[in-house]
Design a protein around this ligand. Structure first.
Ligand code: WQD
Length: 337
């Protein structure tokens, strides 16, 4: 059975391609290489021994999307990762985000609706909750006004999918990720941030390797046990496996509604200082860091109530924070040598 994975050479996309292949799916990757490289294909093949079909194309080109689905009209489902995802960049360049995250979604859905099997898995984010009032966060938590154009594209994307599913034969599952970290244990694939990393864990591993002088911790005056922000850091392989399970749910017609939503996290919150200490434990080295003022737009804490995914998808995370940090560190050392 053939599955299309947009952004399949990206961080979460590539790890999901591996898990799809492990489950016997044929995979066709769509990627424009704007935030990834073809070398990732080699990493995937090194792990699974199977070469996915790779279509280099830009989903912003409506005609290209139409031609893709004309050629691959036997696609049984689409897992849609391709999007711009830097919160800060989106504030300065909202039109790039609305074009790249919304237009592309519309073009894909326009084609998918006419396929015999219109199954759609959407990469969403806990960002839609903003600063939720109650921890851990359930899927019923209210959606707060987006704090960035990036977050807004995820909220709008979810609403578009709900409206389209009502009017067509498309069935969808929205997966709201918490904080994806780590790398495949083989160190054949992992996160490849371009330029200065915005996210905590790649900044930590680059600092650990000496590429960055020291980590700036954005505030230790929050109302949390150690004063730093709390997040739910989920190993990317655990996250990838959830995508395959969600897809199989749709393929087997087990979904209870045309659109279902699941939080994907460990269910445990970790502070910035706890992540630093985890890195120091698994790497055996001290991490240089300094406390600086808070970063605009950061929420105090966000970690998932995972009951729905655990009970309905029958999925739960298996990797610990230390294991995730160890895999991230192993990957950093691999790509720098
Ligand atoms: C985590 C914590 C920072 C960097 C973002 C997006 C979210 C998703 C994941 C795409 C925060 C602190 C960070 C640094 C620091 N992306 N930090 N120094 O902001 O929770 O989520 O990435 O879907 O949508 O919003 O992740 O890794 O940037 O920050 O102190 O150099 O680490 O303040 O508390 P975030 P993050």
């Amino acid at each position: 059975m053939k599955i299309a994975v947009t952004g399949g050479l990206g961080f979460i996309g590539s790890h999901t391609v591996v898990e799809l292949q492990n489950e016997g799916f044929e995979v066709v990757i769509i990627d424009n290489l704007s935030n990834s490289s073809e070398a990732v294909l080699k990493g995937i093949v090194a792990i699974t021994g199977k070469t996915p079909i790779f279509e280099k194309m830009d989903l912003r080109e409506k005609a290209a999307v139409h031609n893709f689905f004309k050629k691959h009209n036997d696609v049984a489902g689409v897992i849609h990762f391709a999007a711009s995802k830097a919160v800060g960049e989106s504030v300065g360049n909202p039109l790039l985000y609305y074009e790249n995250n919304i237009n592309t979604l519309v073009y894909i859905l326009q084609e998918l609706k006419d396929l015999p099997q219109a199954n759609f898995i959407f990469s969403s984010s806990c960002t839609v909750y903003g600063q939720a009032e109650v921890m851990p966060i359930t899927e019923n938590a209210s959606i707060q006004p987006a704090m960035s154009p990036y977050g807004n594209t995820k909220q709008i994307g979810e609403e578009i999918i709900i409206d389209v599913a009502k009017a067509t034969n498309i069935k969808a599952i929205l997966l709201r990720y918490f904080n994806p970290i780590g790398a495949h244990p083989s160190a054949e694939i992992g996160e490849l941030p371009i330029g200065v990393p915005q996210n905590l864990v790649p900044f930590i591993t680059q600092t650990g390797f000496g590429i960055r002088q020291e980590l700036a911790v954005y505030g230790d005056d929050y109302p949390t046990p150690d004063g730093t922000c709390i997040r739910d850091y989920i190993h990317v392989v655990d996250l990838a496996k959830a995508h395959v399970i969600a897809l199989q749910r749709l393929l087997n017609k087990q979904n209870l509604d045309k659109v279902e939503t699941f939080n994907l996290g460990t269910g445990t919150g970790s502070s910035v200082l706890e992540v630093i200490h985890s890195f120091e434990k698994v790497s055996g080295q001290k991490l240089p860091y300094k406390i600086v003022p808070r970063r605009e737009g950061d929420v105090i804490e966000a970690y998932a109530n995972t009951e729905k995914a655990n009970t309905i998808l029958g999925w739960k995370t298996v990797f610990s924070l230390d294991e995730a940090m160890a895999s991230a560190w192993k990957w950093e050392q691999k790509i720098r040598n």
